[in-house]
Design a protein around this ligand. Structure first.
Ligand code: ZN
Length: 144
């Protein structure tokens, strides 16, 4: 296990405008403010979702799209450093009109219809993502 303890920093609440790209808008927000360590959660609705699934056997992402209006039932993510820059990793569960749920790793291309977001900053050295041979992913490596 890798572990680090942080102190709470500022908490941001934001509403993402209709038509914005979900991930792109959050990236813009954290980059403009140089936020390097944070946890985020969000809910709302999208006009469509663009998601990824990580194939553990093949060690590669499979992209897929859901072309329909969806509720964002629960979005969760974090901010850390990848290649020296703030990086958002976020997953979300989406629901359709029948209450069925879909979910995955959120990619660019989720068009926001309405979205409320909380971003909790933390004070301390940011987690740094480095390539992990076992998983093929870039994982937190400097938490001690
Ligand atoms: Zn992911």
């Amino acid at each position: 296990m890798t572990h680090a303890t942080y102190q709470p920093g500022p908490v941001h609440l934001l509403r993402v405008p209709t038509g914005a790209d979900l991930l792109g808008h959050l990236e813009e927000f954290i980059t403009e403010r140089s936020i390097e360590t944070a946890w985020l959660s969000y809910l709302g609705a999208v006009s469509g979702a663009s998601l990824r699934y990580y194939d553990q056997a093949e060690k590669e992402y499979c992209d897929f799209h859901i072309h329909q209006h969806l509720e964002v039932l629960s979005g969760v993510g974090n901010v850390s450093l990848l290649d020296g820059a703030p990086f958002i990793h976020t997953h979300a569960v989406f629901g359709d009109a029948g209450g069925r749920a879909f979910g995955g790793h959120v990619n660019h291309g989720c068009e926001v219809w309405a979205l409320e977001v909380k971003i909790e900053e933390y004070v301390g050295d940011a987690p740094i993502r480095l390539p992990d041979d076992e998983t093929g992913l870039s994982l937190w490596s400097n938490l001690t």
